[in-house]
Design a protein around this ligand. Structure first.
Ligand code: NAD
Length: 423
């Protein structure tokens, strides 16, 4: 049930609150989204008819700055999912110390049924409906599932038409030609790679002896795989929605991508030894040292958590491990590097895009990489230390770390202790 998703997400908050010396009213504030707007988008279809689509935008908390979060186009999108994703964004931005709160948006639509012109009208209709709600200083959207750079370009253009002037900082994930940042393409995979590299010694995952399996072979996964491969790691398994391949001798992700681009699937891609075809579920349970789920939510649950062989899981996808799965992994001593840390490279470079848009001054890609690493490495180390010092999982440590930051921001405006020092 969708409502369960939000309830479960909030359970993370309660869990983290046990380890933070924080006033109850701060937790109370973070239990609810600040505001959520629902709208119906009425879109003219190619056949001349008019069709309604349900749409939402949630600004979960803006104590630390304008809210930030993607827009998802998917038939299953609903208000609870949007609120949950906005909640996660609030913590993800705080984990990286970005001056943002969290938000999310969505439209309940199957984009595969739309023509390109219909998709453009839907994207523009979204901005028309939410123009008062979003803004470069208020709420800055970005791409998410089934939205991409072109959708962001239409949305930025529509916002500029409404306001009467170009406003590139209204949205991130734009094409570079329209003010997108260099280095945004591979930022999520790169961030995951930096996290693993920073914890190389602690996790015992040096390149020479570490075998990696990745689920999914899209944007996040491919770039992470290629950076790990370039660093000397052995990629032994990969999958996409149609197939999974496993070869203990390893594979070259560039060659697999070339094969996938040509054939549409990773099935039959060249590897170093004799590749075995597996089904997707079996790949998760295959022998490896680091498992990187980088596809969709809820892949490791109470049904398969006991069978996972990897001692380390790096969550590049959002929410790939269910809470019940998480508990089993934790009990077994499997270290899960949580999504709000592992995949935060994407939102961090989105922040860089916003900064560059506001300054009107654009950075070379090397500068983006250097600045990304300068943020990710110390935050990763800090979360590792919190986990060690408080003897909690890395997930709880990441929430604790974020909650401390959000808590300080709320406190700085005054809480009960300030207004009622004696009682
Ligand atoms: P994408 O669409 O580029 O790639 C998704 C990949 O997963 C594709 O290869 C698809 O074939 C595969 N896939 C889908 N269902 C699968 C299944 N059941 N089993 C195996 N493979 C499956 O998407 P992406 O941008 O790489 O995002 C992947 C995950 O990373 C999502 O959870 C997303 O929320 C998260 N993420 C992405 C970014 C980003 O900047 N791209 C940022 C933060 C989080």
């Amino acid at each position: 049930m969708a409502t369960d998703l939000f309830t479960t997400a909030r359970a993370r908050l309660d869990d983290a609150a046990r380890y933070v010396d924080i006033e109850r009213e701060i937790i109370e504030q973070l239990r609810y989204p600040k505001e959520t707007l629902a709208a119906t988008l009425l879109v003219r279809m190619d056949d001349g008819s008019r069709k309604g689509f349900k749409a939402w935008r949630c600004r979960y908390d803006d104590t630390r700055g304008p809210t930030k979060g993607g827009i998802r186009f998917h038939p299953a999108v609903n208000v609870d999912e949007v609120m949950t994703l906005a909640f996660w964004m609030t913590f993800k931005c705080a984990v990286m110390n970005l001056p943002f709160g969290g938000a999310k948006g969505g439209v309940s639509v199957d984009v595969k049924t739309l023509s390109r012109a219909e998709l453009e009208r839907l994207s523009r209709a979204y901005v028309q409906a939410f123009a008062r709600f979003i803004g470069p200083e208020r709420d800055i959207p970005a791409p998410d599932m089934y939205t991409n750079g072109i959708v962001m370009a239409w949305m930025a253009d529509e916002y500029g038409t409404i306001t009467g002037h170009p406003s590139p900082a209204i949205i991130t994930g734009k094409p570079v030609a329209l003010g997108g940042s260099l280095g945004r393409d591979d930022a999520t995979g790169r961030g995951g790679f930096y996290v693993l590299r920073e914890l190389r010694d602690e996790l015992g995952v040096s390149p020479d002896k570490t075998r990696i399996v990745l689920q999914g072979f899209g944007n996040a996964s491919f770039h992470c795989a290629r950076l790990l491969h370039d660093d000397g790691y052995r990629i032994v398994g990969l999958s996409d929605s149609s197939a999974a391949i496993y070869d203990p001798d390893g594979m070259d992700p560039y060659a697999v991508m070339e094969h996938k681009n040509r054939t549409g699937s990773v099935a039959g891609a060249p590897t170093r030894g004799h590749a075995r075809a597996l089904d997707n579920a079996a790949l998760l349970e295959a022998e490896c040292d680091v498992l990187i789920p980088a596809a969709v939510e809820n892949q490791i649950t109470e049904d398969n958590a006991a069978a996972i062989q990897a001692p380390v899981i790096l969550e590049l996808a959002n929410g790939p491990v269910s809470p019940a799965g998480d508990a089993i992994l934790d009990e077994r001593g499997v270290i899960v590097v949580p999504d709000i840390l592992a995949n935060s490279g994407g939102v961090t470079v989105s922040y860089f895009e916003w900064v560059q848009n506001k300054a009107g001054y654009y950075w070379p890609v090397e500068e983006v990489h250097t600045k990304l690493r300068a943020i990710m490495d110390p935050e990763t180390r800090r979360i590792w230390e919190v986990a060690r010092d408080k003897a909690v999982s890395m997930r709880t440590a990441a929430y604790v770390h974020a909650l401390e930051r959000i808590g300080h921001a709320v406190e700085a405006r005054g809480t009960k202790a300030f207004f009622n020092p004696l009682g």
